[in-house]
Design a protein around this ligand. Structure first.
Ligand code: PGA
Length: 252
């Protein structure tokens, strides 16, 4: 089963709209419709600007979060219709920084993921274990709980619409990358969980690795059989570095 490689830039709380413009000036002219699918995930206030500039280019745009209601008394939240209205294509959901610092729960994610799909946004669901969970051999139980709970409410027919990012928390922003064996093992484990839902759809789901992906380690990670791309934080702030990671994705 060939899966088109998928490389996403998670800018986190970095770049103003004008800094995003500078990135796009350098990055957009280098991108063609061949090769990996490329997705930029800017912070809220740069989102509309980036979506406008990427319209009509091969580069797609996703938010870093989304709420599951369409509108109402939910101060500080942003809904799927609001994202669609400005031309956004998807949303990162359940990033470990949201889970760690902002109380994101698997119960909320079990509503956000189907909401995104129903609205026509592509969910990039993040899962991953902490250092302590890995050391106590709980990696598989943590991944099972996150994947099975967060996807519980989606129709099996929609499984292939979800992109999953395996991001070991201990590898995020630390410069510590999972070894290729660790990354492949966890991504394969996630695919096996999906196979228990639907063996055929599981082969179509893009599973990304995230955690200190850099131009120097991307090629090795992206060549692994169950890794279909990368979710890149720090190295995605620089257009040349991010471009080099995109270029490291294998041909489909
Ligand atoms: P990093 O972040 O590449 O800076 O480790 C990855 C992420 O959090 O998505």
């Amino acid at each position: 089963m060939s899966r088109r490689p998928y490389v996403a830039a998670n800018w986190k709380m970095n770049k103003t709209a004008s800094e995003a413009d500078e990135f796009l000036d350098a990055f957009l002219p280098t991108q063609t419709a061949d090769g990996a699918e490329v997705v930029l995930c800017p912070p809220w206030l740069a989102l509309q600007r980036v979506a406008e500039r990427c319209a009509g280019t091969p580069v797609r745009v996703a938010a870093q979060n989304m709420f599951y209601e369409d509108s109402g008394a939910f101060t500080g939240e942003v809904s799927a219709p609001m994202l669609l209205d400005i031309g956004v294509d998807g949303a990162i959901l359940g990033h470990s920084e949201r889970r760690q610092f902002f109380g994101e729960t698997d119960e909320a994610l079990a509503r956000k993921v189907p909401k995104a799909i129903e609205a026509g946004l592509e969910p990039i669901l993040c899962v991953g274990e902490t250092q302590a969970e890995r050391e106590s051999n709980d990696t598989e139980s943590v991944l099972s709980h996150q994947v099975l709970t967060d996807l519980a409410e989606i129709h099996t027919d929609d499984l292939a619409k979800v992109v999953i990012a395996y991001e070991p928390v201990w590898a995020i922003g630390t410069g510590l990358t999972a070894t290729p064996d660790q990354a492949q093992e966890s991504c394969e484990f996630i695919r096996n969980l999906l196979r228990s839902r639907d063996p055929h759809k599981a082969e179509q789901v893009r599973i990304l690795y995230g955690g200190s992906v850099k131009p120097g380690n991307a090629e090795e990670l992206l060549a692994l059989p169950d890794i279909d791309g990368a979710l890149v934080g720090g190295a995605a702030l620089d257009p040349a570095d991010f471009g080099a990671i995109v270029a490291a994705a294998p041909a489909e």
